[in-house]
Write a protein that binds this ligand. Structure first.
Ligand code: GLC
Length: 416
């Protein structure tokens, strides 16, 4: 690892360090995202496991304090309100947190900490909470009983304005304004609040997206949880997680696979969403794709110059999509970015790299790592990057670049 990049990451984590109840956590960006975010904290813990594993544990232990009684982790926790923040004051219907969730990356983060420290007490502390979250997702978020979890709001995917959700939000123009997208998502927040956070009927399902990344992350989270539980002798959690991991993987195959590609479905009738986004590669992360399906998506999409093979890495949306918009700085306004509609993000790179390695695409994985490192050197720690120019956009001093430490480690052959 380039010493300068590593130092930059460590310094940024120091700048973004906050504390509550005697535990440290990290804000994704001091100026733009000054609270604790659920999946961000998991990414932070993965990064911190390389230079401060104790702080990595604290970050996750603090998340537990925000977990709802029903097992859900809210995606934002407001430990202390920040005045004059550009982050909008959204009325979620909860006092100290949001009322929606984000992808279950927690087990992956605990796994990394366990690898780094061998701390079984920490694993035993985390397991019941991860298990409760899985149970919440597989009961409250699977009203059709199909072993897939549905998202009630695009923000739950972590890819807030991805074109995968345009249709369910009623946005037919692929180049609509960010503000219109945001307004439609706020309406869903309001609807959820009005229903007092209870699923009522099939009607509620009309915006629901059974998405590929979320369910792939869930399948992998269940698999890792079963391994963690085995290693500390928690047999009941191990068995549940193992069975559910198999069920979710089968359901992804059954409901999301269409003509060699895995695509999300939505609504009560599970109608298909066709959008070429980086999500096409997520079945590799979960080990769901067959060898043929993996070859197909790598050869026809990942390596294809008119799809995802762009100069600065894997864009979040294929250049072939009408919604593809790689640039777009905020120009002082929070809502003018293009975010998940084309730019490269470090977390999507991190997932893609792991999937490629799982299927033996080592050179492609190395390319993802090299382009990530290159972006950090050229443009610093930014929220996202233009895949055509490498220019950084969105929030500054953004933490996700820290994931390159893990990408580098993952590329070291297993015989280490
Ligand atoms: C943006 C991202 C989301 C992330 C949040 C905080 O909203 O889309 O995934 O959790 O910022 O970094």
């Amino acid at each position: 690892m380039d010493g300068h990049v590593k130092k930059q990451i460590i310094d940024q984590f120091e700048t973004n360090k906050r504390s509550h109840a005697g535990l440290h956590y990290t804000v994704p960006s001091v100026d733009t995202y000054p609270y604790q975010w659920f999946w961000d904290s998991c990414f932070h813990a993965v990064t911190l496991s390389y230079f401060d594993p104790e702080r990595a544990k604290e970050e996750l232990r603090l998340l537990l304090k925000g977990q709802f009684k029903n097992g859900m982790f809210p995606h934002i926790i407001y430990w202390q309100r920040v005045q004059n923040s550009p982050f909008p004051d959204i009325k979620w219907g909860k006092r100290h947190s949001s009322s929606i969730t984000q992808p279950p990356v927690l087990a992956a983060a605990v796994w990394r900490i366990y690898e780094a420290t061998g701390d079984k007490t920490f694993v035993r502390l985390m397991l019941p909470h991860i298990h409760a979250f899985h149970r919440y997702l597989l009961t409250n978020r699977d009203p059709k009983g199909i072993n897939l979890v549905g998202l009630m709001n695009p923000d739950e995917s972590g890819e807030d304005n991805s074109p995968r959700y345009d249709h369910v939000l009623g946005l037919s123009d692929p180049r609509h304004q960010f503000v219109d997208n945001f307004r439609a998502r706020l309406q869903l927040v309001d609807d959820w609040k009005q229903s007092r956070f209870v699923m009522k009927s099939q009607v509620d399902l009309k915006h629901w997206v059974y998405d590929v990344p979320f369910n792939c992350i869930l399948a992998e989270s269940l698999r890792l949880t079963s391994l963690l539980a085995e290693s500390v002798g928690e047999q009941r959690i191990a068995t549940y997680s193992h069975v559910k991991a198999t069920n979710v993987r089968s359901a992804i195959k059954k409901h999301l696979l269409h003509q060699h590609l895995y695509q999300p479905v939505f609504g009560p009738k599970l109608r298909r969403i066709h959008a070429r986004t980086w999500a096409l590669f997520m079945p590799l992360y979960a080990g769901v794709a067959t060898r043929e399906e993996a070859t197909y998506v790598v050869e026809h999409f990942l390596r294809h110059k008119r799809e995802f093979a762009l100069p600065y890495g894997v864009p979040t949306v294929s250049i072939s999509e009408p919604s593809f918009d790689p640039s777009g700085d905020w120009k002082g306004d929070w809502w003018v970015g293009t975010n998940w509609r084309g730019p490269v993000w470090m977390a999507s790179n991190w997932f893609v790299l792991q999937g490629l390695l799982r299927y033996g695409y080592r050179e492609d994985a190395e390319r993802v790592y090299r382009s990530s490192l290159h972006l950090l050197k050229q443009s610093g720690l930014r929220e996202y990057y233009d895949p055509l120019t490498g220019k950084g956009h969105g929030a500054s001093g953004f933490t996700w670049g820290g994931l390159v430490l893990d990408m580098e480690q993952l590329l070291i052959p297993p015989s280490r």
